[in-house]
Design a protein around this ligand. Structure first.
Ligand code: ATP
Ligand code: MG
Ligand code: MG
Length: 351
């Protein structure tokens, strides 16, 4: 059978490998950390420890697999040519290039008619002062690359706040603060033949920049914004010739959906689909990259599902969570608990 190559050794890769195994495929994980530190390696037959820019190691990895996908988008796109010389990369490298840089993703989405928060590229203190003067406060300064779970972000409440900041020496972006009444995500799967299917959109609640809870179906006021958000997500997928699962995050505002960011991959806000949808995001991602028929994205029960992340020491309570027979408990097998670290999640179906 086919071997699915996965770039990235975290929990998303772990859940992809589990979905692959269900369909009789094996996984080969490629990540920079030692095998013992990879939670994806725990469920994968094969593991290569290698840097994401080591072209020789990437080429050797590619020769051992049927297709390569990724669970982690902060990988330089250029070295991946060493992979595409041998096997397909799904989603394509172009999706990585667009999604891994906040300036690229916002420009790209604007080009397709989408509406992000007002933003300016920031490469100096002068740029930041100008951005704050033009867009106003409050706002958020973010690193263009490598941010996740709200890391690499600074809230700016006043122009004085901005002036007092010592800027990190990396490319930045300043965004106006969006007044939203909710957040939601659109998760789709697209096959090479152009077939697109969407899961229900979850309402997402973040705490300290980290996803805390996803709920499907979302409340009606959010549901009302899903159609235009899906239309944009479909355009993004088509423009990128996308294959696999794609996620777009949105703010629901009184003026309609505002694009936040995209992830060229399966997404934490779609974990509810493991039990809550007929086919999960992981299963359909595997099916899409192998060119297999897709499973239904429909809800298993009309009441939907609620997924709570277990962050840091919240996972210490796992025995209690397990004591409730209605809980679907997922623990990621991470050896070390750290504050703010995603250790697992728990899903409840709503009947
Ligand atoms: P992820 O783990 O989702 O990749 P990230 O580090 O890329 O997170 P963002 O999605 O940019 O972070 O921001 C995290 C959260 O912070 C958002 O979901 C939202 O709650 C809040 N946030 C970010 N940008 C804005 C904004 N411009 N206006 C209002 N809230 C914002
Ligand atoms: Mg992000
Ligand atoms: Mg986000």
């Amino acid at each position: 059978g086919a071997v699915i190559g996965i770039l990235g050794g975290g929990q998303l890769g772990r859940m992809m490998a589990m979905a692959a195994a269900q369909l009789g495929y094996s996984a080969h994980v490629y990540a920079p950390e030692p095998r013992e530190s990879s939670v994806a390696a725990q469920v994968s037959a094969a593991y290569t420890q290698g840097a994401y820019d080591d072209e020789a190691a990437l080429a050797a990895f590619a020769r051992q697999v049927s297709v390569v996908t990724y669970e982690f988008e902060n990988v330089a796109a250029a070295p991946l040519a060493a992979i595409t010389a041998h096997v397909p990369l799904c989603p394509p490298a172009r999706a990585l290039e667009v999604a891994q840089d906040r300036v690229n993703e916002k420009s790209f989405v604007e080009g397709l008619g989408g509406r992000p928060a007002p933003w300016r590229q920031v490469d100096s203190a002068e740029d930041l002062a100008r951005a704050v003067a033009e867009i106003g406060t409050p706002g958020i300064l973010k690193t263009r690359r490598d941010g996740y779970d709200g890391k690499g972000q600074w809230r700016i409440m006043t122009a004085q706040d901005a002036a007092a900041l010592t800027l990190p020496d990396v490319p930045l972006i300043y965004e106006g603060f969006v007044t939203f009444f909710g957040e939601f995500s659109v998760i789709l799967v697209r096959k090479a033949d152009g077939t697109v299917d969407f899961w229900d959109s979850a309402q997402n609640v973040h705490e300290n920049g980290i996803l805390a809870r996803s709920t499907v179906p979302a409340p009606a006021a959010i549901e009302a914004q899903v159609a235009p958000a899906r239309a944009l997500a479909r355009k993004v997928a088509e423009a990128l010739d996308y294959v696999g699962v794609l996620t777009l995050e949105f703010f629901a505002t009184d003026e309609g959906p505002v694009f936040n960011e995209m992830a060229p991959r399966v997404h934490n806000s779609g974990h509810w689909s493991i039990e809550g949808a007929l086919a999960s995001q992981f299963e359909n991602h595997v099916r899409a990259i192998l060119g297999l028929p897709l499973g239904s994205t429909a809800l298993v029960c009309p009441g939907g599902a609620v997924m709570d992340n277990l962050i840091g020491h919240q996972a210490d309570d796992w025995a209690n969570l397990l004591a409730d027979p209605a809980n679907h408990l997922h623990l990621y097998g991470k050896a070390e608990t750290r504050p703010g670290r995603k250790m697992g999640h728990v899903t409840r179906l709503v009947r």
